[in-house]
Design a protein around this ligand. Structure first.
Ligand SMILES: Nc1ncnc2c1ncn2[C@@H]1O[C@H](COP(=O)(O)OP(=O)(O)OP(=O)(O)O)[C@@H](O)[C@H]1O
Ligand SMILES: [Mg+2]
Length: 261
């Protein structure tokens, strides 16, 4: 196998028995999963099961206590030297994080900046892109999320769904190789959920690799390649979303899904 083939074959995310504790609280108790290039994985589970913590570990906002986490073949958070692991410096960690886009439940836009200014912030400040180039790209991205006419609008004048679409455009402006979504629609009024899911669906169709915490089961059924049910810090069940939703194998999965529907 050539080097290029090997790297195409390598998963985008590989979690190998990932453990995370907060003090004496064991939150992740050995999470193993794989997201291949271009795949969408939807993660579901009860409140407190560790979904957000897992995403934060992938993005190196939390340091894992045991196990290994690789993104695009790179070990996250640590350097391996002479068989030993050394924690990365904050600078190295920030460099790793640049390639991973994250969209949260609460959009966290800069309130005193317009939609366009929000989108160009990271490319100009972190990547030192020229303003002209960043603005041109930001306009394309705002167009892609259906907000070409809102470039000069401040977040407070946008609906929740529009703000979330700006947040997606902002993450895409860094050209991420992986997008993480943490309940991106759960703070939205029901009639605004569809427009955000539509943008995510289009992103998935364009080949973006996505790890999505969501309880929008219609989205999971139609868009996801894998569905993972987490409970109490472990993966209880995973598989093809259509099969799993139609015929969950585990009692816990069954009872959780029955409460969602
Ligand atoms: N920084 C932290 N310090 C201490 N405990 C934490 C911290 N972050 C999360 N926890 C705890 O870890 C557990 C898992 O939290 P997490 O936010 O990952 O759950 P979740 O599955 O995303 O839940 P939800 O569906 O409510 O968002 C919870 O018990 C939470 O209180
Ligand atoms: Mg959460």
């Amino acid at each position: 196998m050539s080097v290029a083939e090997q790297s195409a074959d390598q998963p985008m995310v590989l979690a190998d028995r990932v453990c995370k504790n907060f003090g004496t609280l064991q939150v992740l108790k050995g999470i193993s999963l794989e997201v291949r290039r271009g795949e969408v994985l939807c993660l579901i589970g009860p409140s407190g099961s560790g979904k957000s913590t897992f995403l934060r570990c992938v993005n190196h906002l939390e340091i894992v206590n045991a196990g290994r986490l690789y993104v695009d073949g790179d070990l996250i958070g640590y350097r391996e030297r002479g068989g030993k692991l050394h924690e990365m410096s904050p600078r190295e960690a920030a460099l790793q994080r640049r390639d991973i886009g994250m969209v949260f439940q609460h959009f966290n836009l800069f309130p005193h900046r317009t939609a366009l200014e929000n989108v160009i912030e990271a490319p100009t400040q972190v990547k030192k892109q020229s303003k002209d180039k960043a603005v041109a790209r930001a306009k394309d991205l705002l167009d892609r999320v259906g907000l070409a006419d809102k470039a000069d609008t401040y977040p407070a004048q946008l609906s929740g769904g529009q703000q979330q679409r700006v947040a997606i455009a902002r993450a895409l402006a860094m050209d991420p190789k992986l997008m993480l979504f943490d309940e991106p629609t759960s703070a939205l009024d029901p009639e605004l959920v569809g427009e955000v899911l539509g943008v995510m669906r289009e992103l998935a169709a364009s080949g973006m690799t996505m790890l999505v915490v969501t309880h929008e089961m219609g989205f999971a059924r139609e868009v996801a390649d894998q569905l993972v049910f987490m409970d109490g810090g472990v993966v209880m069940e995973k598989g093809d979303p259509r099969e799993m939703l139609a015929d969950p194998q585990h009692e816990r999965t069954k009872s959780f899904l029955s409460k969602l529907l």
